[in-house]
Design a protein around this ligand. Sequence first.
Ligand SMILES: NC(=O)c1ccc[n+]([C@@H]2O[C@H](COP(=O)([O-])OP(=O)(O)OC[C@H]3O[C@@H](n4cnc5c(N)ncnc54)[C@H](OP(=O)(O)O)[C@@H]3O)[C@@H](O)[C@H]2O)c1
Length: 328
Amino acid sequence: MRRLLSFVVLLCGFSLAVATQAPCIELNDGNKMPMVALGTGRGTASETAPADEVSKAVYWAIEAGYRHIDTAAIYYDEPEVGQGIREAINNNLVTREELFITTKLWSDKHRQNEVVPALKESLQKLGLDYVDLYLIHFPVAVKEDGSYDDVDYLETWRGMEEARALGLTRSIGVSNFNASQVDRIIANSRVWPAVNEIEVNPTLTQEALVTHCQELGVAVMAFSPFGFLVSRSRPDSPPPRVDDPILVQMANKYNKSTGQIVLRYLIERGLVPIPKSVNKKRLAQNIDLFDFSLTPEEVQTISRFNKNKRVIDFVDWKDYPHFPYGDY
Ligand SMILES: NC(=O)c1ccc[n+]([C@@H]2O[C@H](COP(=O)([O-])OP(=O)(O)OC[C@H]3O[C@@H](n4cnc5c(N)ncnc54)[C@H](OP(=O)(O)O)[C@@H]3O)[C@@H](O)[C@H]2O)c1
């Protein structure tokens, strides 16, 4: 039986007056998820980055109106994310109940009996009693040294269901799963994934997978939402870049930046973008998306940039069983 996601866009029910807030969508388990998340991956990846880079970004984001923060065990920044959250709560910017925190299980903890301990470790680092959403980060299981480990993600999902039943997470979901992997979980489980977090941007529009998930009632979060628009652009990167004439024209029309046009494009498609920024001005801009909308023709125009080209390819694992991307 298919559960259709109705894309009910709801007010999240928050009362504080802040600069901008994203509306919420209702997940298939009844929980509400804010439609823009702050990305925190890469924040601590650079050895030269200041130690408080992520905690400051999280604090500024909450100040600017973000209520959804995306982290993961493998980002090694859960303590800093937790610190930013704590400071925001202590300064009365927000309450814990008003926040939606997502973290993820890494691939070296895929055995059923490893899931709950891994989430408890993440909670301890975050300084939280529960997260709002816990995701299997990637369908492939590996050993600590990165070599393949023979664990079926259905076994991992049993552990995710246990974590939810224990109240350690309100919702559970997956990340980087393809359509048949989502179907296989649904066909074999009592609790359906509430979310599939995948890469979506103008050069990787993922129309088929997004539609498949949305028709099943599985909400889609869009990581690397800027695609090749931003700083990682290399000479051989496909368009659009930040100064693309088509995007600049739309940006001028709506008095927004080209980055905001791309984020709004994802919102128009019912997706939950996860823009990452550690820059106070840019992160505020990245949630200022709710006073304009694109026309269906403009959405189609942006979709035509699609080249099925990924920013994040996990290519080292391409020969492992359960590797999700069919394009390698
Ligand atoms: N589930 C998964 O497997 C997975 C994989 C990858 C990422 N993610 C999640 O998705 C998040 C976002 O992905 P991402 O970090 O790869 O890519 P992204 O958000 O598309 O791009 C981040 C880059 O864009 C820059 N930027 C941010 N806002 C900008 C703006 N308004 N104008 C120009 N440049 C801007 C950032 O620099 P500044 O910081 O200097 O602003 C940073 O260099 C991650 O942080 C993580 O939380 C999940």
